[in-house]
Design a protein around this ligand. Structure first.
Ligand code: CA
Ligand code: CA
Ligand code: CA
Length: 392
């Protein structure tokens, strides 16, 4: 396959590569097997989020592709997004798109798989096949993680499956030496994400960007294609998984973090499990991956929270919740909206934000609808109040 922008056959980071290009101006070949260079003509392949649903209606050409063209000089991006598409349909359609001229494939698909109950293994297999077809056709494939789903999405409103899929897509990209574009990570760290960057149509039960959201999405793609590292080390493996239940008390906590740009500042990385630091992780040779395998000294119980702080050499920092799981025997008190095992003011705040909202409202929060009635109301508040202070 052709070299990709990240590690490619040359194994040179694109920022270093651009410096090399500047230094060696005039040299035609400095990497024999394949030049890791910014692509010139991409197919943006995916579903309605590639097509541009939810974008500013004033725009003639919606979505991230035209914005990406503006951000990467000389780049042509053809929009090949099809609304509602799942990866099985994508796999059936990919050859047709690859028969068109171009040198790269930007692949962001799978949120409709989550909505329709397609297993993550199938989704990942299909994404891998599409990227492989692209490579066989002489294109450079890039995998993209999916943007977060709305808190009132009918399926996976807490992005548990989406987060797992993001980790799997990152691993796939790393294993196959393909480029990785990470909107899931960048979007997840935005304050007021759904209010400022998402389309406000009430019929949207998955979550589409609005104009500013597509601007941000295009920036994430552009940074990756240009080799500007704006993304911190990201989780590529987590066991027990976020949202897991019935986890044995003696479980080993396995965490892998990876950076797709700069190396990781390994000495600064800290994994906390229920507030206790795990021993230092093992970095790999190139410094782009960290692994923890941690056996807590005392048996786990209740709801276990895992957080990570890790930064890359460029100063991009990951510092937040990595995941939570429930140990076998844990009983979550009713009213524990954020599922951290305790009913506290944080739960009350979250319930307050959704108060009065029914299932069709953008403000609806399934976890705050404690009794599952379809509306967040006084009944839910009463349950929370009755259990205030309770914990496992
Ligand atoms: Ca980075
Ligand atoms: Ca709570
Ligand atoms: Ca309710």
């Amino acid at each position: 396959m052709a070299g990709n922008t990240f590690l490619g056959i040359c194994g040179i980071h694109p920022r270093a590569l651009r410096l090399a290009v500047a230094t060696l101006a005039g040299a035609t070949v400095f990497c024999a097997a394949g030049t890791a260079q910014t692509p010139g003509h991409c197919k943006a392949f995916g579903d309605s989020i590639t097509a541009g649903v939810g974008d500013d209606p004033e725009r003639e050409t919606p979505g991230y592709p035209p914005r990406l063209e503006e951000r990467v000089p000389g780049l042509v991006v053809d929009n090949r997004g099809v609304g509602g598409e799942r990866t099985p349909e994508g796999l059936a359609r990919i050859d047709e798109v690859l028969s068109e001229p171009g040198d790269c494939l930007l692949l962001m698909e799978g949120t409709n798989d989550i909505s329709r109950g397609i297993s993550p293994e199938t989704t990942l297999f299909n994404l891998d096949r599409m990227a492989s077809r692209a490579a066989e056709a002489g294109r450079t494939p890039y995998h993209a993680t999916l943007i977060p789903r709305l808190p009132n999405a009918r399926f996976d409103p807490n992005n548990v499956e989406n987060q797992d899929l993001a980790q799997a897509i990152r691993r796939l990209a790393a294993q196959e030496g393909r480029g990785l574009i990470d909107p899931f990570e960048v979007f997840s760290t935005r304050a007021r994400l759904f209010h400022e960057y998402y389309y406000a149509g009430e019929e949207d039960l998955v979550g589409h960007p609005n104009g500013p959201g597509y601007d941000l999405l295009a920036t994430v793609f552009a940074d990756a294609l240009l080799g500007t590292d704006t993304v911190p080390p990201v989780p590529t493996r987590l066991s027990p998984a976020h949202g897991a239940s019935q986890v044995p008390a003696e479980a080993t906590v396995e965490v892998e973090m990876r950076d797709f740009g700069d190396a990781i500042a390994a000495e600064s990385a800290i994994l906390m499990v229920d507030g206790s630091p795990a021993p230092a992780p093992v970095p790999d040779d190139e410094g782009r991956r960290l692994r923890w395998s941690y056996e807590p000294p005392v048996p786990l119980s209740g709801v276990v929270t895992m957080t990570v702080r890790a930064s890359d050499l460029g100063g991009n920092v990951y510092d937040r919740l990595l995941g939570r799981f429930q140990v076998v025997g844990a009983v979550i008190p009713r009213g524990d909206v954020n599922r951290d095992g305790r009913v506290t003011g944080s739960d009350l705040v979250r319930l307050g934000l959704a108060f009065g909202a029914g299932v069709t409202s953008r403000r609806y929060d399934a976890d705050a609808d404690v009794d599952g009635s379809g509306e967040v109301d006084g009944e839910d508040l009463a349950i929370l109040a009755a259990n205030f202070g309770a914990g496992v």
